[in-house]
Ligand binder design. Structure first.
Ligand SMILES: [Zn+2]
Length: 337
């Protein structure tokens, strides 16, 4: 039996919470973003996400971003599993495999007498420059996100977006303006570093991004050179990569000519740049777009699709395609296996 109680997923057969926002005795954490990762007594997760979470839980004390960072809880015990190294829990077999969303992001496969269940967490099928490539496994039931579950969300190829980002930044620098990319500290910022650094552009990054980039490097992801932002040393000739909180200009940039950009899949919405208050926006996403959501279902061939984190009308779209789909409601009790 599996349920959604107190807005948290819970697998009663395994006595295991999934991506719970409240502290639990034992919780599976799919990846390190703040809307999934909280400190619990025991965090069950991938090896690389354990690295990310250790860093993030420690960083909360350093950077005052309570909305964006989990509260520190040094006593958390990490139960780490490598991708595709199954383990047993009671009558069930559990396996983590890559979700392709950010470093260490995992999907959870639970196999038992009643079949195969997959929880995707946030995922992206298209390859990125810094996250492990995603996998899709056949299953009977999938619980998936559908953040971009409307047909107009079709992301351009990543190389195309990358080329546009490079051209925009280069032109700003040539004009004597400071280009600033606002990007989530985990995942999106490291993608930006990889893209801009590969073009040989000089980079300065916020401390939170710097800390998490060091986790990527420890995990074996090659990143180009970048500088830790230092307000006193900054001379205005480098690209700045900054967390999106508040859209505040870094101190050393104030009073200089600056151009600002947001990195998000929502850039495909026409009014997006006005909504985010930046000069421009690039559709660099770490989620699956609409065609990828459908492709996932095609590859996994589930008998039942459960949805969370996204557009509810995606359910109707799937049903019209003959797929048995349902949006996961609060307090639902579902026998999945
Ligand atoms: Zn995420």
């Amino acid at each position: 039996m599996f349920s959604l109680a107190e807005k948290s997923l819970y697998v009663a057969d395994l006595d295991l919470w999934i991506d719970s926002m409240r502290p639990r005795s034992r919780c599976y954490v799919s990846h390190g973003h703040a809307d999934h990762a909280r400190a619990h007594d025991v965090v069950v997760t991938s090896t690389n996400n354990a690295r990310v979470c250790r860093k993030r839980f420690g960083m909360a004390a350093t950077y005052r971003q309570p909305r964006l960072l989990p509260k520190p809880r040094p006593e958390t015990v990490f139960e780490e599993h490598d991708f595709n190294e199954p383990w047993s829990l009671g009558e069930h077999r559990l396996t983590l495999f890559s979700a392709g969303h950010v470093l260490g992001s995992a999907q959870l496969l639970i196999e038992g007498a009643r079949g195969r269940f997959v929880y995707t967490g946030d995922f992206k099928l298209e390859p990125s420059y810094t996250a492990e490539p995603a996998e899709v496994k056949p299953c009977d039931t999938v619980l998936m996100e559908c953040t971009y579950g409307r047909p107009h969300y079709v992301f351009p190829p990543r190389a195309e977006v990358a080329a546009e980002m490079v051209a925009w930044a280069r032109s700003a620098l040539e004009d004597g303006a400071v280009p600033i990319f606002y990007a989530y500290s985990l995942g999106k910022a490291q993608e930006a570093l990889a893209i801009l650094g590969a073009a040989g552009l000089p980079l300065t990054v916020h401390g939170a991004i710097h800390s998490l980039a060091s986790v990527y490097t420890e995990a074996g992801v090659a990143l180009p050179p970048y500088e830790h932002y230092d307000a006193d040393a900054f001379d205005g000739t480098r690209i700045v990569v900054w967390p999106p909180s508040g859209r505040v200009l870094p101190k050393a940039v104030r009073g200089r000519s600056a151009r600002t950009a947001t990195l998000t899949g929502w850039a495909l919405d026409k009014n997006m740049k006005f909504r985010y208050g930046t000069d421009t926006a690039f559709p660099l996403s770490d989620h699956a777009d609409f065609p990828s959501l459908l492709r996932y279902i095609e590859l996994a061939q589930p008998k039942k699709v459960l949805l969370n984190h996204g557009w509810r009308d995606f359910v109707a779209r799937l049903r019209r395609l003959g797929i048995d789909a349902e949006y996961l409601e609060a307090n639902a009790q579902l026998a999945l296996f």
